[in-house]
Design a protein around this ligand. Structure first.
Ligand code: XMP
Length: 511
C-alpha cells in the first residue's frame, strides 16, 4: 500500500480517501513514525502531504530523508514538494506573493505519468507562500501557473513527483485523476483494493485477537458503524459476541423494532435490548442547556452499559465501531486547538475503566468503505443507507426542556418528514432530513376552533462529510405534503417552518 506522511496538513484524510478510491490501501502517519511504518507495510509508494509551515521555519516538521532512499515512488504535495526539492538539491523561496485559491495551470510538453491524460490547462487549488525556484537535479517542470513556474515537477527516472497545488481537494478539477495516476501508473498498483478484501482481512484479525474462547460485548446504536462492526465480529466468532442495545427513549419512531429485526431476526445476533427510557427522561428533566443534556446522556449511557456488561462476566473484549477519522485525529502532528463546538457522544465513547481489550474492526476504514463492507456482508440496506443520527438522539432536536410528551410529538413529526421524503426518492441527494421540535407556541385555527400549539422545523441538508453543509432543496409539493400531514396528524403541532441555514455559521443539529 501507500504511506501518507502527515506534515501538518488539514487534508491528510482527504488524500487517503482519494487514494483508496483509486483502489489502494494507504495509511497516514506522522513524520516521526514514517520510517517505522514504511518498514512494517508492503510499501509501494509515499505521499508527503502539505503543511502549514515554511521549510525554513523553526519547528518545521522534520521529515526523515531516508524516505527518499526506499526505492519507491514519492509524491510531494505543497510543503511535501518543497521539502523534497530542498532535500534533493533544489531551492525554495518565500515568494512574497501568496497564491491562494483557484488557479489555472498549464501542462508543458513532457510525458510524465503523473499527468497522463491531462493536456492543456486545468484549474487547481493553490494555497502556499513559499515555492520552488530551482529544481533539484534530475527534475523537470510538468505544469506551470502564471505566478508559479514549477506548479508540478517530476523526475521520471526515480519516480519522484511534486505538485505545488492540492490535488486532493475537489476544487482541483482533475485532482482525482492525478492521484489515481500516481497510484496506477506511477506506483503500478493494481487498484483492486475493495470491500471483500477488507472484510475478510478484518475477520481474520478478529479471530486471531479474540482467540478460540474469547467473548466480546458490543453496544449497538442502530447506526452504520456499530452495525457493521457487529456483523464483522459475528462472522469471526459467532455466538461469542453479545450485543447490547440501549433504548434511551430518545430514538426515532420504530428504531428499536428496526434494530431488533435487522440484528436479532436477520443476522441472528445475541442481542439484549435494555429499556432505559425512564432513566434517561428522568435524568433530563428540567435541563435546557445543550451541553448539559449531552453530558447527562453520555453519563447515563455509560452507567447502563456498565450494569449490562456485568452479566457477561467472561467477556474480556469490547467491540467498537471506531472509524479511521477518529483514530488519526489523535495522531496529527499539529496541536489540537480546535474549540469544542459540541461534545459528541457515540456508543463508542465508553470509559477506559471498563478494563476490557478493544476490538475495533473499522479502525482503518472510512465511512464509505464501512458501507461497502456492510453491503458485502449482506447487512440490511435500511441500516446501511441510514442518515447519520446523533448519539444524544432526539434530545438535541428539541429546543429546551425534554419531556415525554415532546419526545412523542417529535418522533411522530420526524417519521412523517422521513417517510414522505423517502417515498418521493428525494433522500438520495441529501445528507440528513429530519424534524426539530420548537416549543414555541403559536395560534392556529383548525375547523372552527382556535389552537395554541408547538412549531416544528424541517432540517434538510446536503453535505459530504457533515463538516460543512448547505440546506437542501425540496420540491414545493413535497414540502406541502409534509407540512399538511404533520399539522393534521400530529396533535400538538400547528405550524411547520423550514430551516434554510447553512453550516457554518449554523450547525446541522439545533443543539
Ligand atoms: P453538527 O450539528 O455539529 O453535526 O453540525 C454534524 C454531524 O454530526 C452529527 N452529530 C453527532 N453524531 N454523536 C454523533 O454520533 C453526536 O453527539 C452528534 N452530534 C451531532 C449530526 O447529526 C451531523 O451529521
Amino acid at each position: 500500500g501507500l504511506l501518507i506522511v502527515d506534515l501538518g496538513t488539514q487534508y491528510a484524510q482527504l488524500i487517503a480517501r482519494r487514494l483508496r478510491e483509486a483502489g489502494t490501501w494507504c495509511e497516514i502517519h506522522p513524520p516521526a513514525r514514517a520510517m517505522e511504518a514504511a518498514a512494517a507495510m508492503n510499501l509501494a509508494g509515499i505521499v508527503l502531504s502539505g503543511g502549514p509551515a515554511s521549510v525554513y521555519a523553526e519547528g518545521a516538521p522534520e521529515v526523515p530523508a531516508g524516505l527518499l532512499e526506499l526505492g519507491v515512488p514519492v509524491l510531494g504535495i505543497c510543503y511535501g514538494m518543497q521539502w523534497m526539492s530542498r532535500t534533493l538539491g533544489g531551492e525554495v523561496e518565500g515568494s512574497g506573493k501568496r497564491e491562494f485559491g483557484h488557479t489555472e495551470i498549464q501542462r508543458g510538453e513532457d510525458s510524465s505519468a503523473l499527468f497522463a491524460g491531462i493536456e492543456g490547462s486545468t484549474i487547481v487549488w493553490m494555497s502556499h507562500g513559499d515555492k520552488v525556484v530551482k529544481l533539484p537535479p534530475g527534475f523537470h517542470t510538468v505544469a506551470s501557473s502564471a505566478t508559479c513556474e514549477h506548479a508540478a515537477i517530476g523526475d521520471d527516472e526515480r519516480r519522484f513527483y511534486g505538485v505545488q497545488f492540492h490535488p486532493e481537494v475537489s476544487h482541483s478539477v482533475r485532482g482525482k485523476e492525478i492521484l489515481a495516476n500516481f497510484v496506477l501508473d506511477v506506483c503500478k498498483l493494481p487498484g483492486d483494493w475493495k470491500a471483500e478484501n477488507i472484510a475478510e482481512r478484518e475477520i481474520e484479525k478478529i479471530k486471531k485477537l479474540v482467540g478460540e474462547t474469547g467473548e466480546v460485548i458490543l453496544g449497538l446504536s442502530g447506526g452504520v458503524d456499530s452495525a457493521v462492526a457487529a456483523v464483522l465480529v459475528h462472522r469471526a466468532i459467532g455466538d461469542r459476541l453479545h450485543c447490547i442495545f440501549v433504548d434511551n427513549g430518545l430514538l426515532r419512531k420504530g428504531e428499536r423494532e428496526l434494530v431488533e429485526h435487522a440484528f436479532r431476526d436477520h443476522v441472528g445476533l445475541d442481542l439484549t435490548t435494555v429499556d432505559a427510557r425512564k432513566r434517561f427522561v428522568d435524568g433530563l428533566a428540567g435541563v435546557t442547556d445543550p451541553e448539559r443534556k449531552r453530558k447527562i446522556i453520555g453519563n447515563e449511557f455509560v452507567e447502563v452499559f456498565r450494569v449490562e456488561a456485568k452479566r457477561f462476566q467472561d467477556a474480556r473484549f469490547l467491540g467498537q465501531g471506531t472509524l479511521y477519522p477518529d483514530v488519526i485525529e489523535s495522531v496529527a502532528v499539529h496541536g489540537g486547538n480546535t474549540a469544542v463546538i459540541k461534545s459528541h457522544h457515540n456508543v463508542g465513547g465508553l470509559p477506559d475503566d471498563l478494563d476490557m481489550e478493544l476490538v475495533e474492526p473499522l479502525r482503518e476504514l472510512f465511512k464509505d468503505e464501512v458501507r461497502e463492507v456492510g453491503r458485502y456482508l449482506g447487512l440490511d440496506e435500511r441500516i446501511l443507507m441510514r442518515q447519520p443520527f446523533p448519539g444524544p438522539g432526539l434530545a438535541v432536536r428539541i429546543a429546551g426542556e425534554i419531556t415525554q410528551e415532546r419526545l412523542d410529538l417529535l418522533a411522530e413529526a420526524d417519521a412523517i418528514c422521513t417517510a414522505e421524503i423517502e417515498a418521493a426518492g428525494a433522500h438520495k441527494t441529501l445528507w440528513q432530513y429530519f424534524a426539530v421540535l420548537l416549543p414555541v407556541k403559536s395560534v392556529g385555527v383548525m375547523g372552527d376552533a382556535r389552537t395554541y400549539e408547538n412549531a416544528c422545523a424541517l432540517r434538510i441538508v446536503e453535505s459530504v462529510d457533515g463538516m460543512t453543509a448547505d440546506w437542501g432543496y425540496l420540491d414545493h409539493q413535497l414540502l406541502r405534503r409534509i407540512s399538511n400531514r404533520i399539522i393534521n396528524e400530529v396533535k400538538g403541532i400547528n405550524r411547520v417552518v423550514l430551516d434554510i441555514s447553512s453550516k457554518p455559521p449554523a450547525t446541522i443539529e439545533w443543539e
